[in-house]
Design a protein around this ligand. Sequence first.
Ligand SMILES: Cc1cc2nc3c(=O)[nH]c(=O)nc-3n(C[C@H](O)[C@H](O)[C@H](O)COP(=O)(O)OP(=O)(O)OC[C@H]3O[C@@H](n4cnc5c(N)ncnc54)[C@H](O)[C@@H]3O)c2cc1C
Length: 379
Amino acid sequence: MNHPQYDYAIIGAGAAGLQLTLKMIQDDFFSEKRILILDKDDKVANDRTWCFWEKGETIWDQLATHTWSFGQFINQEKTIDFELTPYRYKMVRSANFYAYAKAIIAKAENVDWVKDSVGHIEEQSIIGTKNSYSANHVFDSRIPESFLEKQTKYHSLIQHFKGWFIQSESTCFNPDSFVMMDYRLKWKDSTSFTYVLPISETEALVEFTLFNNHLLPDDEYDEYLKKYIDQHLQLKTFQIKEVEQGQIPMSDYPFYKHHSKNITKIGTAGGWVRPSSGYSFKNADRYSSMMIENIKSGNRPEKGIATSRFRGYDSIFLNVLSKRNDLGEDIFTRLYTKPNIQSVFRFLDEESNISEDLRVMFSLNRPQFWKAFLSTFWR
Ligand SMILES: Cc1cc2nc3c(=O)[nH]c(=O)nc-3n(C[C@H](O)[C@H](O)[C@H](O)COP(=O)(O)OP(=O)(O)OC[C@H]3O[C@@H](n4cnc5c(N)ncnc54)[C@H](O)[C@@H]3O)c2cc1C
């Protein structure tokens, strides 16, 4: 069996692996390097809809299905409208991103894409089911098995959801504004809400989402979606065009412990999901750029990534929500509405300074937070 040799191997052609590969292709530093990308799947499916906020026009505008400059946050008592400027909220469907990335990778002579399932890595040797490969450095997006085992030491919740892309007969959506969270319909007294992304006056993605560790039987998500569409969108006739379902880990598990001399974990497996929100697509953009600069400067690729003080704040969120899941509506109402949405985006993008962080933390003013704050930072 031949044993192809590479400078870099990227395991997983997902959000993280592909964004890293594209940034390597765009940078002359890597033009003489041999790069291997390995994935067990073909990567053609619309298996996820990535949404995120960012300022200005970027490459993502070309791929976006829709963007919004206005949003709403709805709880049992009121609807809060917000304007996102200078940010916009953007929706990128995975099939568009995979097709875009594949077209660029196909033209890059120094990159090979191989469909293979990786079993394990022995430092520089990658053992796949079809072949073995050798690389000086491996970027690995497989989730560590120890994370999947039951963890009691860390605070972990699952963001689990099911969504329907629906089409109505009559016009009923405002495509200029999306609903970040609507808490009027909840599963028991938990952190659960509906997320509504209108892409035209007659089409929207409606998603019922929970942040807890209690997965529901499939038909229960459907019941909640039906109820929301009937009671809150007041839509009697509609068609379900597509279904999206998923789980995102929200955890303060120390993913960084799985980096080793020749292996850097990336994506969800590298702790790139922001534990308090479940967002990670934009982190993949930001962190892949940081990795490229680290490599060029001779540093460890993961230097400074996903290890900042923000992880401490997230641990507080998870600590509180694990113990008091009923507080989610109140916590997220305070988070997304005080002092304003722009400060929250800066905080979630890890761009805020300590005084801005404290303002966000003070806005959550709840005894459970202060207790968790003290146990996180003074343990
Ligand atoms: C349905 C859904 C919707 C989401 N929506 C958003 C959103 O709106 N905004 C946001 O910021 N985040 C969102 N997320 C969270 C996060 O952005 C995504 O999960 C993102 O795809 C994570 O990127 P990744 O590269 O770590 O993993 P993935 O994109 O899942 O890629 C991992 C890749 O590794 C491959 N792989 C796994 N094991 C092996 C193996 N043994 N051998 C070879 N290949 C292997 C897989 O086939 C896959 O292609 C969503 C997640 C889901 C599931």
